[in-house]
Design a protein around this ligand. Structure first.
Ligand code: PMP
Length: 287
């Protein structure tokens, strides 16, 4: 495969794209990212991802090297050049490559940020076989830093969490802090009990999922009851159903938590209905 990728203003074959060894994304994980899904050649929830990117950059005193309009244009150009029907666009902005390794931030007027985008083709992304059977999760302590609302590229612990899950024959891990679930390694976590959808309230403790915002809006529009508060693993194990949301998996049913099956071990009706609504509505508003 030789995709076209975008690096600092240029569209290049992936094997010719280069970033400096002094890039602060590489040395300090000093960068932010976004993942936008593509269905039918169009971008899902682009406005939300762009707005969150602006916020992440602002929280870290970073500046975007391109405007919102340019960003949309670059996304579209990559989708077209790489002939993506279903898949993802990954975007990363780092604080650039300073002359030397130094903990102190470089002057943004002297050191431009690094902007990289690439695509991943995933034919049939919305028709995932996993969504029909659901996923199994384990719980692990949440030892990440305290600003999980900023979408940084510090993903080692989430990556370790996924590996711990795989080792136990499961698919993902839910992170637990002070006895309560914060979120999944790369998704927001929900339980459903008596028809009511429960998911952790927004704070610096979790990423403010773009899919979460859309799914909660659609749930409320469909007269489903939503409660935004924290829950424990024990409460989740006693729930009727559970699910996670993210830009790349949409709404994914969870059928087992720490070895305890939920609702007979098959995806629940609320999760499946929300997945259907989310896909239908977001395809309609895709750009
Ligand atoms: N929480 C974490 C920790 C994540 O990494 C992600 C996905 N990147 C999410 C939640 C879901 O966010 P979104 O719906 O915007 O993809």
């Amino acid at each position: 495969m030789n995709r076209t990728v975008y690096v600092n203003g240029e569209y290049l074959p992936e094997d010719q794209a280069r970033v400096s060894v002094f890039d602060r994304g590489f040395l300090f994980a000093d960068g932010v990212y976004e993942v936008t899904s593509v269905l039918g050649g169009k971008l899902i929830d682009f406005e939300g991802h762009s707005a969150r990117l602006t916020r992440s950059l602002g929280e870290l005193d970073m500046v975007s090297p391109v405007s919102h309009e340019d960003l949309l244009q670059i996304h579209r150009e990559l989708v077209t050049r790489n002939e993506i029907t279903d898949g993802l666009v990954y975007l990363q902005i780092t604080r650039g490559a300073a002359a030397d390794r130094d903990f102190v931030f470089p002057d943004p007027d002297q050191v431009p940020s690094t902007l990289v985008l690439f695509t991943q083709s995933k034919p049939g992304l919305a028709d995932s076989p996993q969504a029909r059977v659901g996923i199994k999760v384990i719980s692990i302590p949440d030892v990440r830093w305290g600003r999980r609302d900023i979408k940084t590229v510090q993903l080692l612990y989430p990556s370790m969490g996924k590996m711990a899950a795989k080792k136990e024959g499961c698919d993902d891990a839910w992170l637990v802090e002070d006895g309560e679930v914060t979120e999944g390694t790369s998704n927001n976590a929900y339980i459903v009990k008596g028809g009511k959808i429960v998911t952790r309230h927004l704070s610096n403790d979790i990423l403010h999922g773009i899919t979460r915002a859309a799914v909660l809006r659609f749930a409320r529009e469909a007269q489903m009851e939503v409660e935004e508060r924290a829950f424990t693993i024990a409460e989740a194990q006693g729930a009727d159903e559970a699910f996670v949301t993210s830009a790349s998996t949409f709404v994914m049913p969870v059928v087992e938590i720490d070895g305890v099956k939920l609702g007979g071990g098959t995806p629940g009706p609320v999760a499946l209905r929300l997945r259907e609504i989310y896909l239908e509505e977001s395809r309609k508003s895709a750009v």
